[in-house]
Design a protein around this ligand. Sequence first.
Ligand code: LIP
Length: 278
Amino acid sequence: MSEVDAQKCFDVALDLVKQAGKVVREAIKKKKNIETKSSAVDLVTESDKAVEKMLISGLSEAFPDHQFIGEESVSAGEKCVLTDQPTWIIDPIDGTMNFVHSFPYTCISVGLWVKKEALVGVVYNPVLEQMFTAIKGQGAFLNGEKISVSGETDLGQALVFSEIGTSLDPEKVNTVLTNITTLMPKVHGIRAMGSCTLNMCHVAMGGVDVCFEFGIHAWDLAAGYLVVTEAGGVVVDTEGGPFDIMRRRVLCASSQELAEKISKLLKQYQPERDGVTK
Ligand code: LIP
């Protein structure tokens, strides 16, 4: 495999994500054509499909030998396979439910993973003009300014992002509600905003101390993972073990201590794995 030029990959991705941002910024104001996927609340719009197409076509033109995992391509039947090859993992609109309702907590997420490790992450909320970026080993940035996690270790002082998700499976719903019930009297506050990627970026910028979720996919995690780890955050499995991007579970915290405290309290849920890792 030839050496990957991280800076070039970042520059190309940044440019394409900015272009995609224009599409999302315009489309969020308009009426959307909505279809459902795995459940009545798992939504896709023509904008999700158009943005993914735009990103994959631009990236594959610049990097013809790179691989792709895209949310809407996988929904349309493509395999979700992560190999050692440079792989762009794309969520064209993360927080689609928010986008549909014109709630401005939504983003475009593009991560490049090489040898199963994150190399580049670009996350853009074009409505609020928040561009989160990271290149491995170079720190994390919001609109060009370096960001870092809060470093909070005290559970009682922690603001926590939980999530509701798109699965209406009774066991999953019970897990979500049980975890909120358990954590509510122990933490400072709980929120559920509707975008795993942005949740991770808000931990990265120190606005939130913890986020966790069951049932998300590789494309909800790939870019946010790098942004938050480069900002000094901790990303682990919800049980506290090593993070596995295909396992569909994430716990992200401002400190190892806080991650451990939260993981011990969580009721666990294991959705079916995302695709395969080769
Ligand atoms: C969404 C996630 C969100 C989760 C939803 C959904 P989408 O991604 O970011 O955190 O709760 O279930 O997976 O579908 O809007 O790209």
